[in-house]
Design a protein around this ligand. Structure first.
Ligand code: G3H
Length: 481
C-alpha cells in the first residue's frame, strides 16, 4: 500500500490466523504491515482533527447537512469499488469466512445509506420553528468536536464505521484507531476518505493502543470517546481524561448474554437458535449467547440435540463454502479457552461432544460443557470463543437471579412456546437487560433498532438514528418576537 511506501518509522507485520503448511511446519500467513505510530504521530493526528474542527468554525462543522451528505455519498461510491479487496482482507486478518466478510462489508454500506436517510429525517424535523411564550425557536443538532473512534477485531470494518460514520455526518472530526487484528483492511479506504472529505476531517492512527491512546486521552482534547471493546479498557481510558465531565462516551462493552430454555420450549427451535447464537464467528461476538440455562426436565434432550447439531458444523478455512468454525485471530485465545475448560472439568463438568475444546493451531473445536456451576470461570467470564456452557435450573428465579447479580446487562434469549409464560417473564427480564429476544438468538441487528446495554455492558445508544443523537447535542436558536 502507498502509506507503507512513504512511512520511514517502525512497522508491524500482520500475520493471519490462517496457518498454511510450510517446510518448517504450519505457519501463519503474512498479510502485510502497518506503521507503528507513537505519541508524536498520535498528537499530530489529533492536531489535524482539531484544526479541521477549529472550535466549531471549520469548513466541516459549518457545512450544510446537504453538502455533508454529498461527501458521504461520494465516499460510499468509492468504498463499494473496494468491496472484494476489503472483504478478502477481513478474511485474512481475522479468519472470518468470506461469505461473512462480504456480509460485513454490505451491512456497512447499507448502514451508511440508512444513516443518510435518518439524517435527512432529523434535518427535516429541525428545520421548522416552534413559537412558545413569545419565543421562536429552531431546535437543531450540533456537533461535539473531536471524536476518538475505536472498533473491535470481530467487526473491524462494520463496528468502526457504526461510530465513525454517524460521528462524521453530524459535523464532528474524527480520529480512529483500527483494532490490532483487522487494521490493514482500512487501508484501501483511507484514500477515499482523503478524496471525499476536507483535510483533517478523518484521521487514522496505527500502532500499539497502549502507546498512542493514553496521550490522546490525557491531552484533554478528545470530546467524545467511542469504543466497542472491553469494559476494563473503557474505564481506564475515561479516567485518563483530565476533565471527564467534558467527555462524552459512547461505548459497547462486555456482555455475557444468557439463553433461558423453559420446560415449554420448542427444543428444536431453541437448539437451532442457540447454535448460531453461541457459535457464529466462533462465538466472538459481544451479542453471542455465552451461557445457556435449561429447565431440568428437558436438559438431557436439549443437550442431545445440541451435540447432534454441533456434529454437523463444518470446521475449515474461511474461504471454504459453508464453513462454520474458522481460525481464531487472537493467538492467546486457544490457551485461555483451554484454561476455562480445565477449570470446568476440575469442578465436575464434562465436555459432551466429541473433540469439543480441542485445539489445532488457531482452531478451537466447539464444545458443550455441562453442568456448569457458579464455581467455574465459564459461569461469569465472557469466553468470547466457541465454548457453550449449559446449566440446569428448576425455578425460573434461578436464571433471573443470575442476571440480577451479573455485572453485564446486554441481552437475553427466552425460549418458550407458552404465551402466558412468556408474558409473565418479559418484564422481569427487560428490566435486567436492554433487549429480550423471544424464541430467537441475541443479536445487534436490524441496525435501525437501538443497540445498548445496562450496567457494565454499554454507555449511550447506537443504531442508525440513535447514533446521530449520540454524536451531537440538541441545541437551540431562539429569537424573541
Ligand atoms: O460484537 C458485537 C457485535 O455488536 C455483534 O453484532 O449481533 O450483529 O453479530 P451482531
Amino acid at each position: 500500500n502507498g502509506l507503507m511506501k512513504v512511512w520511514k518509522g517502525k512497522s508491524h507485520d500482520v500475520f493471519s490466523p490462517v496457518c498454511l503448511e510450510k517446510k518448517t511446519g504450519p505457519t501463519r500467513v503474512l498479510v502485510g504491515s502497518y506503521p507503528v505510530c507513537g505519541e508524536k504521530e498520535a498528537l499530530e493526528a489529533l492536531d489535524a482533527a482539531e484544526n479541521a474542527y477549529d472550535n466549531g468554525r471549520g469548513e466541516w462543522p459549518t457545512m450544510s447537512v446537504a453538502d455533508r451528505i454529498k461527501c458521504i455519498e461520494k465516499f460510499t461510491q468509492r468504498m463499494i469499488e473496494k468491496r472484494e479487496e476489503v472483504a478478502k482482507l477481513i478474511l485474512w486478518e481475522i479468519g472470518k469466512s468470506y461469505t461473512d466478510s462480504l456480509k460485513e462489508f454490505d451491512r456497512t454500506v447499507e448502514y451508511i445509506y440508512a444513516t443518510v436517510d435518518a439524517l435527512k429525517d432529523l434535518d427535516r424535523q429541525s428545520s421548522g420553528f416552534q413559537i412558545v411564550d413569545g419565543i421562536a425557536a429552531q431546535i437543531r443538532r450540533s456537533p461535539l468536536g473531536v471524536v476518538l473512534c475505536m472498533g473491535p477485531f470481530n467487526y473491524p470494518l462494520n463496528e468502526t464505521y457504526t461510530t465513525l460514520i454517524p460521528a462524521l455526518i453530524m459535523g464532528n472530526t474524527v480520529l480512529f484507531k483500527p483494532p490490532k487484528h483487522g487494521s490493514l483492511l482500512h487501508f484501501p479506504l483511507l484514500e477515499a476518505f482523503a478524496e471525499c472529505f476536507p483535510k483533517g476531517v478523518v484521521n487514522s492512527v496505527y500502532g500499539r493502543g497502549a502507546d498512542i491512546i493514553p496521550p490522546l486521552m490525557k491531552s484533554g482534547r478528545i470530546n467524545v470517546l467511542t469504543l466497542i471493546g472491553s469494559s476494563k479498557v473503557a474505564d481506564q481510558l475515561k479516567k485518563l481524561h483530565p476533565k471527564v465531565n467534558r467527555l462524552r462516551a459512547i461505548l459497547g462493552l462486555d456482555a455475557k448474554n444468557a439463553a433461558i430454555v423453559t420446560a415449554n420450549a420448542d427444543l428444536d427451535q431453541a437448539v437451532k437458535e442457540c447454535i448460531t447464537g453461541a457459535l457464529s464467528f466462533n462465538g466472538q461476538r459481544c451479542t453471542a449467547l455465552k451461557i445457556i440455562f435449561v429447565h431440568k426436565s428437558v436438559v438431557d434432550e436439549f443437550n442431545q440435540k445440541l451435540v447432534a447439531a454441533i456434529g454437523k458444523l463444518k470446521v475449515g478455512m474461511p474461504w471454504e463454502d459453508g464453513v462454520n468454525i474458522t481460525p481464531l485471530p487472537e493467538p492467546q485465545k486457544p490457551i485461555y479457552l483451554q484454561d476455562c475448560l480445565k477449570d470446568a472439568l476440575k469442578h465436575g463438568a464434562k465436555v459432551l461432544n466429541e473433540n469439543g475444546g480441542e485445539v489445532n493451531e488457531s482452531f478451537v473445536y466447539p464444545a458443550v460443557i455441562y453442568p456448569v456451576t457458579e464455581k467455574m470461570k465459564l459461569y461469569r467470564e465472557e469466553q468470547f470463543g466457541p465454548i457453550i456452557p449449559v446449566l440446569p435450573f428448576l425455578r425460573i428465579e434461578e436464571p433471573i437471579d443470575y442476571l440480577i447479580d451479573s455485572p453485564h446487562g446486554q441481552q437475553v434469549s427466552l425460549f418458550s412456546s407458552d404465551s402466558e409464560e412468556l408474558a409473565k417473564l418479559i418484564d422481569p427480564l427487560v428490566n435486567q437487560v436492554s433487549r429480550v429476544n423471544i424464541n430467537s438468538q441475541c443479536q445487534r441487528g436490524p441496525d435501525v433498532f437501538p443497540f445498548t446495554g445496562r450496567k457494565d455492558s454499554a454507555e449511550g445508544t447506537l443504531s442508525v438514528s440513535d447514533a446521530l443523537r449520540s454524536f451531537s447535542i440538541r441545541s437551540l436558536v431562539a429569537a424573541k418576537l
